[in-house]
Design a protein around this ligand. Structure first.
Ligand code: SAH
Length: 697
């Protein structure tokens, strides 16, 4: 069987469908999966084990046989815990075939084949009866089907079905219950991920304020969850307006309903401010008493929470439909609405002198439809892109550079997706401004969004949108003029890795015939930078586990390793490093440069060299990022922003993902007088736009 995988081609900026063998999907799934992270999550594993032991004991005390149903068994871990705890029999259900096969092997290796039956089915396909998958209904229900939003992986419909068809009434459930908590906050930083703030530009003829279109002002955004490592958000970046409030909980030992529902709580702000964001996380009680609790509470709620790092469960940021000024002590209602798979929030003020009847009226109008983006920006730009466009420092660098290069007779073409550069160029005095958004996701009509922007700022006649692709540009698009200033951020929505934005170079090459002989290209060049790092925690997602709570899970380690090596050369992966602290072990090093004043060469660009490890630590991998040299002495970095020299702590650009290349083995550098060196070979293939790399420790 062949599968087709959509991937952006960094040399054309457009999506292409590549035919891949049947193994491709499976290897991707395994290599990028969170199984390793879960197996490294000691806190989770210990608490599941305690909860499972307690549940098996309760059933045994009642004099019953302990029959376990483990939905989504993965490696078989929770079933093996149950069998070790004395369960009489376990049905381990796993829908993903390669995992079900792995579970069979792992169960056998650990000697539980007679107690655990692995069933490769979706739980809703499982049958019960003398000739069914299960002989009888189970009296212990064990699952781990939760994502950061709790219900996003379909836990509710799975539980609903299991209670109807697969488990006995009054069964024991591990976990027993989940509770969702919320806290109302004001945060300019997080709000900047959803809203575009006005941009102030000191223009030739006075200050201009670039405003977003009105549809964007009150657009509810998109329902997809924003999950982040909230423990990396410094307390100076938000202000809590309410106490932590319990929003809703689900008892997994009783029938569960997955149909849409809403929950409402009363809130009294502890502080006046602008309500913008609802922060949310959950905890699970493994037993009915609540003594075995596993929580995702952030550091200011539970100071020890940073001790248990995990990436498979984080915290959620929900954006209120609009900003609401609130007063300390006033009465508010916060409503959580959910469907089967996602949650969203609205905030309402209690009306003056409200009585019971009014309250009921409130109840009626709290059921709010799931957010649907009306302005298109939330469909075209992700949260990081909003943050980037709102980054005043960054905008300032572009303004400064544009000022340097623009002249009154400049004919300017901007090539970038959803960029504000054309507007800046116009304000700063360019005579003629045109723009192109080449990596088009036509479904969402990016040109209409751009048009709405120009309209909102009365610029629709001033800036021309060229709908052609760079290679199809004609003199008539440019009113028969040559381009004197070519600009790009560069930013393209289809880019995954930092160097994919080099598409700007390819587009620049394609429009070459239209460039004036003395054209200025901004940025004039780009460079690829690299640094060797020790991660505080991120290393866990790629590190073998060996044994987990005494169970041998090496089969899983081997499987992951196999999938990571599936492609001949290992690939770098994108990670937003502001969420994943690391320490630099080497100096940052410029490894390749890309000269935008000339066209993309035919030959590959490659480099070899070595980096010295200057600090003590474990070399987990290399981080790579791009820097753009906008004009003389003005650069922007999409990676490292600052490096504190004593400890090697790094500050990363908070709006970009950096490329991480994990080394297959880790070296520990100890002796600083005779530093160890890591040698590298890096190759930019100009035919594919991809970078391959190899490191030797
Ligand atoms: N129980 C393991 C793995 C948890 S990951 C552990 O705790 O370590 C969740 C697994 O559940 C995934 O492997 C996924 O494929 C599987 N899964 C999710 N929903 C399922 C369902 N309804 N039926 C069967 N498998 C399911």
């Amino acid at each position: 069987m062949k599968t087709f995988c959509g991937r952006a081609n960094p040399t054309t900026g457009s999506m292409e469908w590549l035919e891949e063998g049947e193994d491709y999907d499976y290897h991707q799934e395994i290599a990028r999966s969170r199984y390793a992270d879960m197996l490294h999550d000691k806190d989770r594993n210990v608490k599941y084990y305690q909860g499972i032991r307690a549940a098996v004991s309760r059933v045994k005390e009642r004099g019953e046989k302990a029959i376990v149903l483990d939905i989504g068994t993965g490696t078989g871990l929770l079933s093996m815990m149950a069998a070790s705890a004395g369960a009489d029999f376990c049905y381990a259900i796993e829908v993903f075939k390669p995992m079900a096969n792995a579970a069979v092997k792992i169960v056998e290796k650990n000697g539980f084949s007679d107690k655990i039956k692995v069933i490769n089915k979706h739980s809703t396909e499982v049958t019960v009866g003398s000739d069914g998958d299960m002989q009888c209904r189970a009296n212990i229900l064990v699952t781990e089907l939760f994502d950061t939003e709790l219900i996003g992986e379909g836990a509710l419909p799975t539980y609903e079905h299991a209670h109807k068809y697969l488990v006995q009434e009054g069964c024991e459930a591990v976990p027993h219950r989940a509770t969702v908590y919320v806290q109302l906050v004001e945060s300019r930083r997080m709000w900047s991920w959803k809203k575009l703030f006005p941009i102030h530009v000191e223009a030739e003829d006075g200050e201009k304020i670039l405003v977003p279109p009105s549809e964007m002002e009150d657009c509810p955004g998109v329902p997809s969850v924003c999950d982040i490592q909230l423990n990396q958000m410094p307390s100076s970046d938000f202000s809590t307006l309410s106490d932590v409030v319990t929003m809703f909980s689900v008892d997994f030992s009783k029938p569960v309903q997955s149909a849409s529902a809403y929950y409402r709580v009363q809130l009294k702000p502890v502080k006046s401010g602008k309500a913008q964001i609802v922060l949310s996380w959950w905890d699970i009680d493994m037993d009915p008493s609540g003594m075995i609790n596993c929580t995702m509470a952030p550091y200011w709620v539970k100071p020890t929470s940073a001790l248990q790092w995990r990436d498979h469960w984080m915290q959620c940021v929900y954006f209120l439909p609009r900003e609401e000024p609130v007063l300390q002590g006033e009465k508010l209602y916060l409503t959580a609405c959910r469907d089967e798979y996602s949650v969203w929030y609205t905030l309402q003020k209690a009306r003056e002198g409200e009585n019971k009847a009014d309250e009921e009226e409130h109840e009626a109008d709290v059921r709010v439809e799931s957010p649907v983006c009306r302005c298109r920006a939330h469909l075209l730009w992700n949260r990081a892109r909003f943050g980037e466009l709102n980054d005043q420092n960054r905008t300032h660098q572009y303004i400064k550079s544009l000022r340097k290069v623009l002249k009154a007779d400049s004919v300017c073409l901007c090539i970038s997706d959803g960029s504000l550069l054309p507007v800046l160029a116009h304000y700063l005095g360019a005579k003629q401004v045109q723009c192109m958004q080449p990596s088009r996701i036509d479904l969402y009509h990016p040109h209409e969004l751009q048009q709405a922007f120009f309209k909102a700022n009365h610029l629709e006649d001033k800036i021309k949108i060229i709908e052609a692709r760079p290679e199809l540009l004609k003199p008539s698009h440019l009113e028969d003029k040559k381009i004197s200033v070519l600009v790009g951020e560069p930013f393209f929505t289809t880019s995954l890795l930092p160097w994919h934005n080099l598409y700007f170079w390819y587009a620049r090459t394609a429009v070459s015939p239209h460039l004036a002989s003395n054209v200025t290209v901004l940025p004039q060049s780009a460079s690829l930078h690299m640094m060797i790092v020790e991660f505080q925690d991120l290393w866990r997602i790629r590190s073998p586990c060996g044994t987990c709570e005494g169970f041998d899970v090496q089969t899983m380690d081997d499987m992951i390793k196999d999938s990571l090596n599936f492609r001949e050369s290992k690939e770098a992966e994108p990670h937003p490093l502001w969420e994943y602290p690391c320490k630099s072990l080497s100096d940052p090093q410029e490894v390749l440069t890309f000269d935008f004043t000339t066209t993309v060469p035919q030959h590959c660009l490659s480099t070899e060299g070595s980096v010295k490890l200057l600090r003590k630590g474990k070399s987990h991998g290399a981080v790579l990022w791009m820097e753009y040299h906008l004009a003389a002495d003005i650069s922007v970095s999409t990676g490292l922003m600052q490096l504190s020299n004593e400890k090697g702590n790094c500050e990363w650009n908070p709006h970009c993902k950096q490329a991480v290349y994990f080394f297959s083995s880790v070296i520990e550098s100890e002796i600083l007088s005779d530093p160890t060196a890591v040698t590298y070979a890096i190759n930019f293939d100009t035919k594919t736009g991809e970078i391959a790399m190899d490191f030797k420790l």
